[in-house]
Design a protein around this ligand. Sequence first.
Ligand SMILES: [Zn+2]
Length: 131
Amino acid sequence: MFNGRYGIDKLNTAMIFSALAVSVINVLVPDVTASYIFSIISTALIVFTVFRMFSKNYTKRHMELQWYLKTETSVKQWWWGVRAKFLNLKEKSKYRYYTCPRCLQKLRVPKGKGKIRVTCTKCGNKFETRS
Ligand SMILES: [Zn+2]
């Protein structure tokens, strides 16, 4: 049956899983119009997957796969960027930043320690502050 047919690739697998995910969302959404749209999307995904599986046009299917892989990579990169930003913010909220009054070196101090004595890492200047 798969003789000369394109079969399964990463894009087909992704589309089947997306169709499943959309169907699950569809069950959870009570709105009729949204539900209608979701069923169209999941049906279209399945139809397109089946079409690609039985297709004999390897060149076109391969181009679609390349497009998908490229898109997946950029989405992943975007996601890692968002994640890094978020982790950076979380890290920042744990610390308080001071500037040494003598040499203007930026100093990082843990938050919520009460009154503390800060020693400048650059010039050794000591000053008291609240964190
Ligand atoms: Zn200093």
